[in-house]
Ligand binder design. Sequence first.
Ligand code: PMP
Length: 351
Amino acid sequence: MKSWKENIRRIDPYVPGEQPDLEDMIKLNTNENPYPPAPGIIKAMKEFDFDKLRLYPDPTASMLTDSLAKYYHVDKEQVFVGVGSDDVLAMAFLTFFNSKKPILFPDITYSFYEVWANLYKIPYERPQLDDNFKINKEDYYKKNGGVVIANPNAPTGIYENLEFIEEILLHNQNSVVIVDEAYIDFGGESAVRFVEKYENLLVVQTFSKSRSMAGMRIGFAIGHKDLIKALNDVKYSYNSYTMNQVSLCFGVPAIEDDIYFKETLKRIIDTRERTKVELKNLGFSFPDSMTNFIFATHPQIKAIDIFRALREKNIFVRHFNLSKIDNYLRISIGTDEEMDKFISALKEILC
Ligand code: PMP
């Protein structure tokens, strides 16, 4: 092999869900929000000053960090923004996980954590979830180089309450604890309230799910100002202008319209609860979900067969070909109409 080839950084990449673009499809495979973003964004779009595109955007992204700080009742020095929470999490791994001790995250969780750990050569361990897909918090009470917990967890959908999260924080005061709250708005309570008490806590959220803006790519972290300063130092050593002008201008109205935000959340939660009943009636079982998806398995028909049969009907759900979860489907919650069609399709497939 040529020596330059030996020096290439090789990595098994994260595989995102497919983005088919078919007419009449029902897309329940990437946990997107079925409802449009806040109406204020259309106004912002109409008023957008295109001349601004000539200039570099504000590297501090202050419009957006100010708006988030106000919404979450923290100082703007406690807020970091990035190109989706993937960018924020990748930056956090690079910034905080530099110990020789392994970082800890569950064996079944957001699969990107393992990819970043490999990319940055961070040692890691993946304590196993129990047989009900629950995190054993005691597994995180040992020496480590950092802890990452998705709450609710993905793809299981299981939410742990704040006492559980605080127990993990209490046992990990010497490492940075990242709580990935990509799905927290769908019924959970955020650990943001702990950032004053635990200066090693970084809470990460996204506009992609609850705020209907997956296409815009906005994510953020809230934590102690020293953590945020460290994140910014790494960001400025990597790419000063992660947030483009359009994201800055459209992100603010997404935060400000709280009524619309809460209405859409309620609709999705109502549809999720209704879908749980329907799936149960069809014989599926699933951990109770506090997210905008349900992680379900059927006792008679293999998940992969259901996945394929749905696909033939242009209904897309997510199947992970990974041990322990390969007989499960992750089904995102769409509109009521989409879920009705999905349930009717399942009835046809199962009978
Ligand atoms: N964390 C979790 C647990 C997720 O499921 C996702 C979505 N794939 C993300 C983070 C990243 O979302 P985004 O980059 O769109 O903010």
